[in-house]
Write a protein that binds this ligand. Structure first.
Ligand SMILES: O=C(O)CCC(=O)C(=O)O
Ligand SMILES: [Fe+2]
Length: 242
């Protein structure tokens, strides 16, 4: 179970926030994070992750509905990536929020963090309490159907504090999340024969990717035609200031 740490006083000012979520949702999120959580540890060579159900079904439904209302996803250039000399639509919707002054490097562009909507501040506080860590940035990915996906990658950018976990909260359609060791990726022959680790990320679940997981393992969210529902995933991160 991750260590508990109190968040420092002094909340971030919210500019341009959408309609505030109901106080009952804020209170329910704060209660959910204060409950004792039942963590499952998954470990392998250099892999260290913790998994729990942070929000029960009803609260996860309400949180997803609030985010569907509050979050606008990137459009235009920011919804595209440049791969092998061509622009492609990313196979999902994406946006990011963070504390003032932070920015995010994405496919050669620097995207300034947007100010936190109220519902996301409440969710961040719940995730911080559960994880025992403070976060200053979140990347939100919305998978419109089972065709939407995320390819194999590591979140090991130099702007990320390597000592802090990345906390991944999932809402909506349950989907498989697959870790592959860096020495066991295709193309064959692999340097080592290490089996992938697959975790089903359920509605309301929280996955903590602890150091050094992101330095040693890649992860992906493969397409799943048999999982047609909408899924929203939030990866809370701690970025270092330049
Ligand atoms: O949607 C997911 O569970 C994966 C998200 C992820 O890997 C990322 O945002 O870097
Ligand atoms: Fe990732």
């Amino acid at each position: 179970m991750p260590p508990k740490k109190r968040k420092a006083d002094g909340e971030v000012a919210v500019a341009g926030a959408a309609r505030p979520p109901s106080t009952s949702l804020l209170a329910a999120l704060s209660e959910a994070a204060a409950r004792p959580l039942s963590w499952r540890k998954v470990s392998a060579d250099g892999l260290d992750v913790d998994y729990c159900r942070l929000l029960d079904g009803a609260l996860a439904d309400r949180t997803l509905a609030a985010l569907e209302e509050d979050v606008d996803y990137f459009t235009g250039d920011l919804a595209q990536v440049f791969v092998f000399g061509k622009w492609h639509d990313i196979p999902r919707q994406q946006c990011s929020f963070g504390d003032a002054g932070l920015s995010y490097k994405f496919s050669g562009r620097t995207v300034p963090a947007r100010p936190w909507p109220q519902s996301l501040l409440a969710l961040r506080a719940a995730v911080e309490r559960a994880a025992g860590t403070d976060f200053n940035f979140v990347l939100v990915n919305r998978y419109r159907s089972g065709a939407d996906h995320m390819g194999e990658h590591q979140d090991a950018e130099k702007e990320l504090d390597p000592a802090a976990p990345i906390a991944s909260l999932s809402l909506g359609q349950a989907r498989d999340f697959v870790f592959k060791h860096r020495d066991a990726r295709r193309p064959r022959p692999h340097k080592r024969d290490i089996p992938p680790v697959k975790i089903l990320l359920e509605h309301g679940s929280l996955l903590l990717m602890n150091h050094p997981t992101n330095q040693v393992w890649y992860h992906s969210l493969p397409a799943r035609r048999s999982c047609p529902g909408v899924r929203v995933n939030l990866t809370f991160r701690r970025m270092l200031r330049a």
